[in-house]
Design a protein around this ligand. Structure first.
Ligand code: 1HN
Length: 370
C-alpha cells in the first residue's frame, strides 16, 4: 500500500465522519483518569460579597426563577459546573421574597448557610430552614422558596444538572401559580419520618427517595457527636452520609451528601477515588491537601475535589472542631460500576506538600501518584 493510498484512506474517513482508534493514542483510554476539572477553592468573603450584591441588584425573574451563583470550575471551559457531574451554587433569597414554584428532572439538595424565617415547600410539605438543615428535592417534585423574615436566607445548592444535560435528560416546568399549595401540617415530613428508625405502621417503605424532605441540624449534630465517641474513618475522621431511612441508600440517585467533623488537630490519611465532590465549610478552620497542593479553608469556603485526586483533610485548630458538608457523585459511579478507591501508601498516608493553592493560576491536577 502506498503512502498516497493511506493518505486517501484517512481523507475518506474524515469526510465520512469516521475516526481510526489507532490515531487517538491514549486520549480516550488513559491509564488513569485525567479530569478536566481542577481542584479549586472559593473564599466565603467573595461568595458572600457577590451573592449579597446580587441580592441588592438582581430581582428574581420567572424563567431563571432563582438567584443562584454557580461555582464554575476553571478547568471546565467556562461552564457553570463545579465538576463534570455536579452543579453547586450559593443561593440568596431576600426577606419576604418568593422564588417561584417549578419542577425539573434534575435532582437537588440544599444546605442552609444562614437565615431564620426562610422556608421551602417541597411537594406540598413546607419546612422552615435553619442553619445546618439539609433539604432534598427529588426529581419532578414541585418546589418553591419563600421568607417571612426581614433577613435574607442563604444556602448552598447541589444539583446533578451537568450530568442531566450530558445525558440529554432535562425537563423543566414552571408551576401555574407563584407558590404551590401546602398540603400537610408545617414540617410534616420531619414530624412523620424524622426519627428514621420508626415509620408510620400503615405506610409502605419509601424505596426510591427519602420520605423526609428536611434533615434538621439538631439531629445531624447529635449523630456526629455520638459517632465521634465510638468510631471514625482514617480518611475522613467523623463522617456521616445522609440516607433514606427506609433503605439506607443515598438521598438521591445521582448525589450523596455528607456531614463530617474533623476533631481538634485531626489530620486524616490521603486516598483517592473515582468520584468528584464539592465541600462547604460549615465551621472551623483547616486545610485539604489535594494532589500535593494545600488548600487552606475557613468557615463559609467551598472547594472541589476532582475525581482520582489524592486528598487528606486537617483541622488547623487544637481546641475547636471543623465541620464540612459535602456533595458527591459517588452513587452514579457505584451504580455504573465505575467506582474505584485506593489509599495512598506513601509516607504513612500523608502527601508531600509541593505548593499552596493560588487562585491566579489554573493548575491541572497531577493524576499520577505523588
Ligand atoms: C433550582 O430549582 C434551585 O430550587 C436552585 O433552589 C438552583 C439551578 C438550576 C436549575 C434549577 C432551587 C437551580 C435550580
Amino acid at each position: 500500500m502506498s503512502d498516497s493510498e493511506l493518505a486517501r484512506l484517512y481523507d475518506d474517513m474524515a469526510r465520512e465522519h469516521l475516526t481510526p482508534l489507532w490515531k487517538l493514542e491514549s486520549s480516550i483510554l488513559p491509564p488513569v483518569p485525567c479530569p478536566k476539572s481542577v481542584a479549586w477553592l472559593w473564599k466565603w468573603k467573595e461568595l458572600f460579597d457577590v451573592a449579597s450584591r446580587s441580592g441588592r441588584l438582581v430581582t428574581i425573574e420567572r424563567g431563571g426563577d432563582r438567584r443562584a451563583v454557580a461555582l464554575s470550575n476553571p478547568g471546565l471551559g467556562g461552564a457553570p459546573y463545579a465538576t463534570p457531574t455536579l452543579w453547586a451554587a450559593v443561593q440568596w433569597l431576600n426577606g419576604h421574597e418568593v422564588a417561584p414554584a417549578h419542577r425539573h428532572t434534575a435532582q437537588a439538595v440544599r444546605f442552609i448557610i444562614d437565615g431564620r424565617g426562610g422556608y421551602s415547600t417541597v411537594q406540598g410539605d413546607k419546612v422552615y430552614l435553619g442553619r445546618g438543615d439539609m433539604v432534598i428535592n427529588p426529581p419532578w417534585y414541585w418546589h418553591d422558596h419563600g421568607s417571612d423574615a426581614d433577613e435574607p436566607t442563604i444556602w448552598m445548592d447541589g444539583l446533578d444538572i451537568p450530568l442531566n444535560n450530558y445525558l440529554d435528560a432535562n425537563f423543566f416546568e414552571p408551576h401555574a401559580g407563584e407558590q404551590q399549595a401546602v398540603t400537610q401540617v408545617l414540617d410534616g415530613s420531619v414530624m412523620k419520618y424524622g426519627v428514621g428508625q420508626l415509620r408510620p405502621a400503615w405506610e409502605p417503605r419509601s424505596d426510591r427517595y427519602p420520605p423526609i424532605f428536611a434533615y434538621k441540624w439538631e439531629l445531624t449534630e447529635r449523630a456526629l457527636l455520638n459517632l465521634s465517641r465510638v468510631d471514625s474513618s482514617p480518611f475522613d475522621d467523623v463522617a456521616l452520609e445522609y440516607t433514606n431511612p427506609h433503605t439506607g441508600r443515598s438521598v438521591m440517585d445521582t448525589i450523596s451528601c455528607w456531614i463530617q467533623m474533623l476533631r481538634p488537630a485531626a489530620h486524616t490519611q490521603a486516598h483517592r477515588h473515582t468520584s468528584s465532590a464539592v465541600y462547604y465549610v460549615f465551621e472551623g478552620r483547616g486545610a485539604t491537601v489535594i494532589d500535593g497542593i494545600r488548600f487552606d479553608w475557613e468557615q463559609g469556603d467551598m472547594f472541589v475535589v476532582p475525581s482520582w485526586a489524592a486528598h487528606e483533610h486537617l483541622n488547623a485548630l487544637n481546641d475547636q472542631r471543623a465541620v464540612m458538608f459535602s456533595i458527591h457523585d459517588t452513587p452514579v459511579m457505584a451504580a455504573l460500576g465505575k467506582y474505584r478507591e485506593e489509599p495512598l501508601p506513601s509516607s504513612g498516608g500523608r502527601q508531600k506538600v509541593t505548593g499552596r493553592f493560588d487562585s491566579t493560576r489554573v493548575q491541572r491536577a497531577n493524576s499520577e501518584a505523588p
